[in-house]
Write a protein that binds this ligand. Structure first.
Ligand code: BGC
Length: 731
């Protein structure tokens, strides 16, 4: 009886205490309150010193929270293809953890090559879950700098040459990441289109090219994707460094786009205290050449200016508000999921994306898929068949849980159905290395002559030869910090491919790269496959496509030129600029826009990619012959699978303005759809066109305009393979 009384008394006390505790929950901790109220409340409780601590790094990849108030630290991680391994507090070197081996997803050029926004959503969701599991609240990616030149060492981290394609792919990626309560940090804002002199180069670009080509993917990420973070780039624009750039950050990002997330500097991209304070930057990371984190531009030097009254606290508050908002969206969101890491589901996602991104460039005599009834002796040649590609390339280098290499994947797949022999053929750099992680040793000391002789001899005896080469993640290839020197393949591969083509007419060339390469041998080989860097599931995905288990459906996200001077950025011969100045003379004519305008025939056009089946396009039907403001036109076209295999086709819609007051491209991508068709099946693809799709950026008025007149809709299988067109008039 007595005990019962005591127990009920204690229970009542507990209940009341909880009630009181709940009532007195400070506003900033109460997730029933609107975020802006919580931000203001937290801000009002912070000291000047606590605020300053928040706006700069405290270690390589983290910044301080407010321990006194229970506001957690921010932890960033690369990005964009997998969750980078843990590094030491203050170094780039890996810390040697044994539980940080991630799923390596395919590079972003591969994602763009899927032309499938559902794949981008899957990618974002999966990599976001990995970031969350590892307790990172900011993923440093995705990258959406435009593919201006095939020499850019970082193109593999971006989504190709077309602003519309990149926009459609970046939005679901960002949304997918952020579903996990992890911010996507879209990078590198903006105009970071070369690695040469990246810390110095001042980009001179006209407003039309800026708004029509270089900004749309960022804008889509911010406005449609609602990205919570953006990373300023290293280079300069209008003479100011982009991580502290009034025009890009204050005028465009904050004022025009109403961005309410955090602006994070690239690592070591802050160079000017005044600009860092006033030009839209919120968090400073990676500054070098100073004595510790307290000496960062936005640390003690900033604090001194604030204390002396030379800078108003309101400037600091603007930054802290953005950082607090980040906390409430991520670390302090009690409902966010827990994440998952290196799971079978993520491997599957990585493989699906890889399979959909592989592009079949050429397939004469329908030599692919491999016919294992007739092909009994297969020879694989080339270093990239045995080289790890998840290590290297700069900040996107990964410590992958596993990586199936091409030779391994093909051998596993073919099993005993045929013999699979291997010849090295050529030797590139010694071995892959990054931040203290070294790939498996593949050193070979034989001379080029010996290697070629072996490959030639074996090629003559084989039923089929599959050459697996291309670029790699070493400096000067597809790698951060430097650009390629030439369009051609390195390490004498052209010569080797020529020899193989002479030795065996059944030669398949597989190129691993994140960039276009020259193919002087293209006419001498029956089949060419473009496979990017595919991550953990690389070998499996490639083997599935080569054997036909998966029907290829990737399309090029950028043009393959015959030679470098065919590219707009190289026509004037002044890449990568002089005395730190780079002029984008080609203006809006980037990628296929340049090839169309100058009637240059590319090696493979933007949007190109074959299938093991064939698709026939019917006659397009347009809902009306005129379009008025606020109206929508519908264009539909039947597409039929006239081959013998189920396959996916990307139906592409381009629009050309017949006459305009300013120069415009012949045509521009405005819509696409990826459809799956069984043999004999037909589907009608429907596209909607609105006035927005007809606009260009009028730099005289600083606004988007659509001028009345005639337009042509082009529908095709690539920018160079238009199957139908139909006209209409804008009234
Ligand atoms: C790269 C960024 C990267 C950062 C942190 C920089 O060098 O440009 O893309 O996120 O390092 O690793």
């Amino acid at each position: 009886m007595f005990n019962k009384k005591i127990i009920s008394f204690i229970a009542l006390q507990l209940f009341l205490t909880t009630l009181v505790a709940q009532r007195s929950l400070p506003v900033y901790l109460d997730d029933a309150q609107p975020i802006e109220k919580r931000v203001e409340d937290a801000l009002s409780r912070m000291t000047l010193e606590e605020k300053v601590k928040m706006v700069h790094a405290q270690s390589k990849f983290s910044s301080a929270g407010v321990p006194r108030l229970g506001i957690p630290e921010n932890w960033m991680c690369d990005g964009p293809h997998g969750i980078r391994a843990e590094v030491f507090w203050d170094e780039w070197t890996q810390a040697g953890w044994t539980n940080d081996s991630c799923t390596a997803f395919p590079v972003l050029t591969c994602l763009a090559a899927t032309w499938n926004p559902e794949m981008a959503a899957l990618y974002g969701k999966s990599i976001g879950a990995e970031a969350r599991y590892r307790n990172k609240n900011v993923l440093l990616g995705p990258g959406v700098n435009m593919y201006r030149t095939p020499l850019n060492g970082r193109n593999f981290e971006y989504m190709g040459e077309d602003p519309y394609l990149a926009s459609r792919m970046v939005v679901p990626y960002v949304q997918g990441v952020q579903e996990n309560g992890v911010a996507a940090c879209v990078k590198h804002f903006a105009l970071n289109n070369q690695e040469t002199d990246r810390h110095l180069v001042n980009v001179n670009v006209d407003d039309r090219a800026l708004y029509e080509i270089y900004l749309p993917a960022f804008k889509a990420a911010v406005i449609e994707g609602k990205a919570w973070a953006i990373m300023g780039s290293y280079n300069r624009y209008k003479g100011q460094w982009c991580s502290q750039n009034k025009y890009l950050l204050n005028d465009i990002l904050r004022n025009e786009w109403k961005f309410d997330g955090v602006v994070i500097s690239d690592w070591g991209a802050v160079n000017n205290t005044e600009h860092a304070i006033y030009h839209g930057l919120d968090m400073e990371f990676g500054t070098w050449g100073v004595d510790g984190y307290n000496q960062f531009y936005l640390a003690n030097p900033f604090l001194t200016l604030l204390k002396s009254g030379q800078v108003q606290e309101a400037e600091l508050d603007k930054k802290v508000r953005n950082i607090l908002r980040l906390a409430f969206r991520t670390t302090m969101d009690r409902n966010r999921p827990f994440g998952s890491f290196a799971s079978p589901e993520h491997s599957l996602a990585a493989r699906q994306i890889a399979e959909e991104g592989i592009v079949l460039l050429k397939n004469d005599r329908q030599i692919l898929p491999l016919n294992l009834e007739q092909t009994k002796k297969i020879l694989i040649v080339g270093e990239n068949a045995i080289k790890m590609m998840t290590i290297g390339g700069g900040s996107s280098s990964l410590k992958a849980k596993y990586e199936i290499l091409p030779l391994e994947g093909i051998r596993n797949k073919i099993g005993s159905a045929a013999s699979v022999d291997y010849a090295r053929g050529y030797v590139g750099e010694k071995t892959a290395e990054q931040d203290g992680l070294t790939a498996a040793d593949i050193i070979d000391h034989r001379s080029p002559e010996e290697l070629i002789a072996e490959a030639r001899k074996k090629a003559k005896e084989a039923d089929m030869v599959i050459f697996i080469g291309g670029l790699n993640k070493h400096e000067g290839q597809d790698s951060e910090g430097s650009d390629r020197k030439e369009l051609g393949l390195p390490y004498g591969q052209d010569n080797l491919i020529g020899e193989l083509a002479k030795a065996n007419k059944n030669l398949v060339v597989v190129i691993l790269s994140g960039n276009a390469v020259a193919m002087p041998w293209a006419n001498e080989v029956p089949a060419i496959v473009q496979t990017w860097y595919l991550g953990s599931e690389a070998g499996n995905a490639l083997a599935n496509v080569l054997t036909g288990e998966v029907n290829p459906s990737g399309k090029l996200p950028f043009t393959f030129p015959v030679k470098l001077t065919d590219v707009g950025a190289h026509a004037a011969g002044d890449f990568p600029g002089k005395d730190g100045e780079q002029v984008y003379r080609e203006s809006i004519f980037v990628g296929y826009r340049w090839f169309d305008k100058n009637k240059i025939k590319p090696l493979f056009p933007f949007g190109h990619g074959l299938s093991y089946t064939q698709f026939t396009y019917g006659k397009p039907v347009i809902s009306a012959k005129t379009l008025k403001a606020n109206e929508i036109l519908t264009v539909s076209i039947p597409v039929r699978n006239t081959g013998t295999k189920t396959g996916k086709e990307v139906v592409q819609l381009y629009i050309g303005d017949e006459k305009s007051s300013l120069p415009r491209p012949v045509k521009e991508l405005k819509a696409f759809q990826k459809i799956n068709l069984a043999p004999g099946e037909e589907k009608t693809v429907e596209f909607k066109i609105s006035v927005n799709d007809l606009q260009f950026f009028d730099d005289r008025k600083h606004e988007w305009v659509a001028e009345p007149g005639k337009f042509t809709v082009y529908i095709g299988a690539s920018s160079g393979d238009i199957r139908a067109s139909v006209g209409f008039e804008l009234k």
